[in-house]
Design a protein around this ligand. Structure first.
Ligand SMILES: O=C(O)CCC(=O)C(=O)O
Ligand SMILES: [Fe+2]
Length: 285
């Protein structure tokens, strides 16, 4: 097995965290999210999960889609609809600092790609190894392996996440492998074991996948939150979850992350490309 992923406390320096991220393609940040925010999300997610059948999040592809998302796994999004603690998660300062450092060299701003509860059920098999940036394959394929970073992800523990219940498996260093398309199901992986509030923060370029749940009666209770550069379309149509004005009391960052602000390419080029319309647009923060 390759060496375990680097684990650093959230209080460590941003440069130490970014160095580990660059070197391995991901790391574990301990205590990244406030415990009260995590407890709130955990409660709301568990309650909502009772109404969700395992395997229904099949990417609209039936059995073929479950190959990726799991047939014994509960997944759902639109998390701001189940608890406002989600907005606190989006305002997390350390994740903002890391995402700024990784993504802002390549965009004027970024937004939420997807935020999903991912509860891996007893007996679920391991997810296929993949790179999250392959969502935008037309960007990744011609530029690999020097692909500019377009997405950063976090797997956030809502409960103890052990290897046995299906901790995310990561192939450290695979963000730099010369070959993009790797179908090696035997690749050497390490599990990202987490306590509540810890996060696996990883590059869209690193190979990883959900682990098998080898228990008969316990769930892998975690969630995923990822950002993508503002010039690419996210996996989820997040903006539709909130009516116009509904995010007025939230921070400008939350409004932007959820698609309630225009894209401004500055400082890379020119100015905002939007025009004044019949409806007032937001002032730029
Ligand atoms: O459930 C996990 O640990 C990882 C899930 C994942 O990587 C994905 O669905 O893109
Ligand atoms: Fe993934």
């Amino acid at each position: 097995m390759p060496p375990a992923l680097t684990r650093l406390p959230a209080e460590d320096s941003v440069s130490a965290i970014l160095d580990a991220y660059d070197a391995e393609g991901g790391l574990i940040v301990e205590g990244m999210f406030d415990r009260d925010v995590i407890d709130d999300l955990s409660r709301a997610a568990s309650e909502h999960a009772r109404a969700v059948e395992p395997g229904v999040a099949d990417q609209g592809m039936g059995e073929d889609g479950k190959f990726f998302t799991g047939s014994k796994t509960i997944r759902f999004s639109s998390l701001g609809r189940i608890t406002p603690a989600y907005f606190d998660l989006l305002d997390n300062e350390l994740f903002a600092t890391l995402a700024d450092a990784v993504l802002l060299p390549n965009c004027g701003s970024y937004w939420v790609n997807t935020a999903q509860v991912m509860f891996i059920g007893p007996g679920e098999s391991a997810q296929v190894l993949h790179r999250d940036a392959d969502n935008w394959f037309q960007h990744v394929s011609p530029t690999w392996p020097d692909t500019p970073e377009v997405t950063i992800s976090a797997m956030i523990a809502l409960d103890e996440v052990t290897e046995e219940v299906g901790a995310t498996r990561v192939v450290p260093g695979s963000h730099r492998w010369p070959e993009l398309e790797v179908y090696d199901f035997e690749a050497e992986t390490v599990p990202a074991e987490l306590s509540p509030g810890d996060a696996l923060v990883y590059s869209g370029k690193v190979l990883h996948g959900g682990g098998a749940n080898r228990t008969t009666d316990r769930w892998r209770r975690a969630m995923h939150l990822s950002f993508v550069v503002g010039w690419l379309t996210p996996e989820e149509a997040n903006a539709l979850d909130y009516a116009p004005g509904e995010l007025a009391g939230r921070s400008p960052r939350v409004q932007r992350l959820l698609g309630h602000r225009s894209y401004d390419p500055r400082p890379h080029i020119g100015g905002g490309l939007w025009l004044r319309h019949a409806r007032p647009i937001e002032d730029q923060a």
